[in-house]
Design a protein around this ligand. Structure first.
Ligand SMILES: [Zn+2]
Length: 234
């Protein structure tokens, strides 16, 4: 899970629809803005090629109109994640609030070899962090037979993406940074790495944690997304 900046003000239709007897929070302006703000990624699993899209309430509304039409409460997710979350996880971190430090609070990792499940680690002793860790574990590693099948599909794509990213880092590492002849290539690789670290890339959270854990790469690319610099790459 990574941070996303939620735009302001709220789409106009929300307030209008809230007043109606059968109003909907699924108006075009809402959908367009959510898709843009969340980079068309499921905010929970970070897949960026969604075949099923749900508008998710961070805190389930259960009929409460305030929660149902609150712009701050609307999120973009896939149905796999939405179905696991339902009303069971109302107390998770809010990835649109910087102060929740969602990226630093939870470490997410997968080892391409030997094949493993996703490791989700709480970096803070906090109830909301624990709850988010629990949800992410279910999303990436499964619950019921069907959800476990779906999780496996997510992990397959995740692994492909992480393998690509790691081989890119490996190739970049092999380049002689002092060699003038390789300048173009160094530049090219740096751009590719930067692209993977942007919030619109798939599974960015995993890639950023790879960088965080390697001091040389963290020195070189960490400024692109680390909170202390307050300038996240969008
Ligand atoms: Zn998802």
């Amino acid at each position: 899970m990574i941070f996303y900046e939620k735009s302001v003000p709220a789409p106009e239709s929300l307030e209008e629809e809230k007043q109606k007897a059968n109003g909907t929070y699924l108006m075009e302006d809402v959908l367009e803005q959510l898709k843009k703000d969340f980079k068309n990624k499921c905010y929970i699993c970070e897949n960026n090629e969604l075949t099923s899209i749900n508008v998710e309430h961070l805190v389930s509304h259960q009929g409460d109109l305030e929660k149902k039409f609150s712009w701050e409460n609307l999120f973009w997710s896939c149905s796999h994640c939405n179905n696991i979350k339902l009303q069971h996880y109302d107390n998770i971190l809010n990835c649109t609030l910087r102060e929740d430090e969602v990226e630093e609070s939870i470490k997410i990792k997968i080892d391409p070899y030997p094949k493993s499940k996703v490791q989700v680690v709480a970096m803070k002793n906090d109830q909301r962090v624990e709850k988010t860790v629990e949800l992410l574990n279910k999303v990436y590693n499964g619950t019921t037979i069907l959800k476990t099948e779906e999780a496996e599909t997510i992990r397959k794509k995740l692994l492909d993406e992480i393998r690509d990213f790691q081989s890119l880092l490996f190739d970049y590492d092999e380049l002689d940074k002092e060699d003038e002849m390789e300048r173009r290539e160094i530049h090219h690789y740096k751009n590719l790495i930067r692209k993977h670290l942007k919030s619109n890339s798939a599974y960015t959270g995993f890639k950023r944690w790879i960088i965080r854990e390697i001091p040389e790469l963290s020195d070189e690319f960490g400024h692109l997304f680390m909170e202390s610099n307050n300038t996240q790459v969008k």
